[in-house]
Ligand binder design. Structure first.
Ligand code: MLC
Ligand code: AMP
Length: 461
């Protein structure tokens, strides 16, 4: 079991804080052990992943019990939730049950279970993540991969049990849940979750490491007093989306320290990072973490066969290492597409590498994957939901540049042209709120090429 700090006999006061709820390590072990005792079978446990101590208890409990955890975004609508539950094969549910969910509830037992031996290669977590087309795919992460991914970060960030990690990120993704909660539980450090990633809440916590996506950092520098308060921390970490160089500079100016940027994916955990004791360059995401390898492949068929490490030539980024996932559940098509042989994973990102091994992410191969507020969103999933609406005949969803969100979701719609807000609300009802378009543009026709394919580049993507 990879949450090693929980298996020792030593207690830690205030090991986990979420909002006003505070748990010592012993309290967490007791509650999670009782949760584990109440899991009805060996099937995956779906966790209604609100930003609460209950979610931390449920996820920890499932890990102690050795059953896969499926964190379900709490605001996911029936279409998204139904897909996640059916696809994952979840057999029980933790937390308040939304309408339409009829899985048996986990009812904590009277006594905690003794953690049982778990095969490190078994799936510990199924994380649903968007692809360019279709419904989200379940990325299967083993306990061994999570352990390797976290250990690499302990090393590059000099992360010790003395650290306190603070953040307010959602508890259903790699960033907030694996790095931001399981990281401290493996390392034996404290975690303070602020429920929401608001600048004043970050500033009110006395932590040594703060985690945020660029949108969160953007909002922090817009509140200079909050930003200055974070200057006392040891490490300010940004990831999940590109950190603009201008934002890097503003963080450095206000806090007195350059942020540490790192790059990762649901499928790969974190593979590139600046080191706590090393160089940090605005616009660059750093070096491979211990155990990870990268390679750049020619970005087009007519490019030279090798991509030089000149800091300028763009290549398709592939990564390999013990922190990678074990493929998408039940998706041989997607698995065949993403694995390049010998353990190499096609990230879909475009990057350059300099002679010192530093990487810069310059974009994505597909315009159909949008990063908004650090969330990864496939345009196809939103288009399918919009096409279900009677007011929509044709639609193309793109990511438009946005100073706060990085990209904002814009839907170009051929339809009755009447009520854009109704279309936004329709998506927010069926899918997670962050997947709702921020803007609807009614058009007479979508730009198409001779083959009839929509030209998203002409729509600003
Ligand atoms: C408005 N709202 C609506 C709505 N219109 N809700 C439903 N339907 C409508 N039609 C309101 C809600 O009431 C809610 O209010 C708010 O919108 C929620 O919207 P949001 O989009 O979540 O808010 P926003 O402020 O834009 O969020 C910014 C953000 C968020 C930064 C807080 O994007 C965020 O938490 N991002 C983190 C993503 C992340 O962790 N990614 C990691 C992926 S892992 P209210 O009152 O509730 O606010 C990964 C690997 C790696 O990438 O490398 O780390
Ligand atoms: P997700 O599956 O949500 O983990 O999203 C992964 C994607 O986020 C990657 O493929 C990148 O496109 C993007 N990403 C993550 N971290 C960074 C970063 N530091 N800089 C640029 N893009 C990033």
């Amino acid at each position: 079991m990879f949450l090693t700090s929980l298996t020792g006999t030593q207690d830690l006061e205030r090991a986990v804080t979420v909002g006003d709820d505070v748990l010592s390590r012993a309290e967490l072990v007791d509650r999670a052990g009782r949760f584990a005792a109440g899991i009805p079978d060996d099937g995956p446990v779906a966790v209604h992943a609100t930003a609460t101590a209950d979610t931390v208890v449920a996820v920890t409990g499932a890990i102690l019990a050795g059953v896969p955890v499926v964190p379900v975004p709490p605001d996911s609508g029936p279409a998204e939730r139904g897909h996640v539950l059916a696809d994952s094969g979840a057999t029980s549910w933790a937390g308040p049950r939304p309408e339409g969910v009829d899985l048996p509830l986990v009812v904590p037992g009277a006594r905690p279970v003794t953690p049982r031996a778990v095969d490190p290669a078994a799936t510990a977590m199924l994380l649903y993540t968007s692809g360019t087309t279709g419904r989200p795919k379940g990325a299967q992460l083993s306990g061994a991969a999570i352990a390797a991914g976290l250990d690499a970060l302990f090393e590059v960030w000099d992360w010790t049990p003395e650290d306190t990690v603070a953040h307010g990120l959602p508890l259903f993704h790699v960033h907030g849940l694996i790095l931001g909660v399981l990281g401290p539980l493996r390392r034996g450090s404290r975690v303070v979750h602020t429920e929401k990633p608001q600048p004043a809440r970050y500033a009110a916590v006395d932590a040594s490491m703060y985690f945020g996506v660029p949108t969160v950092w953007n909002r922090i520098v817009d509140e200079p007093d909050a930003a200055r308060a974070l200057g006392r921390a040891r490490l300010l970490v940004s990831g999940s989306a590109p950190l603009p160089a201008s934002l890097f500079d503003r963080i450095a100016a206000l806090t007195g320290q350059a942020p540490v940027e790192r790059y990762g994916m649901t499928e790969t955990m974190i593979t590139l990072s600046a080191h706590a004791s090393g160089e940090r360059h605005a616009g660059w995401v750093g070096l491979p973490v211990p155990g990870a390898e990268t390679r750049l492949l020619p970005a087009s068929d007519d490019a030279p066969a090798t991509v030089p490490d000149d800091g300028e030539t763009v290549g398709r980024l592939e990564v390999r290492g013990p922190m990678l996932f074990d493929g998408y559940r039940g998706r041989p098509d997607a698995n065949a597409e993403c694995w390049a042989g010998d353990g190499w994973f096609r990230t879909g990102d475009l990057a350059v590498r300099d002679p010192g091994g530093f990487h810069r992410i310059v974009g994505r191969e597909s315009t159909d994957l949008i990063k908004s507020g650090g969330y990864r969103i496939g345009s196809g999933e939103i288009e399918a939901v919009l096409l279900d609406h009677p007011g929509v005949a044709e639609v193309a969803v793109v990511g438009a540049p946005d100073p706060d969100l990085g990209q904002r979701i814009v839907a170009y719609v051929v339809g009755d042209g009447r009520d854009g807000q109704a279309l936004i609300d329709h998506v927010a009802e069926q899918l997670s709120w962050h997947k709702r378009p921020r803007e609807i543009v009614f058009v007479d026709a979508l730009p198409r090429n001779a083959m009839g394919k929509v030209q998203k580049k002409l729509l600003g993507a």
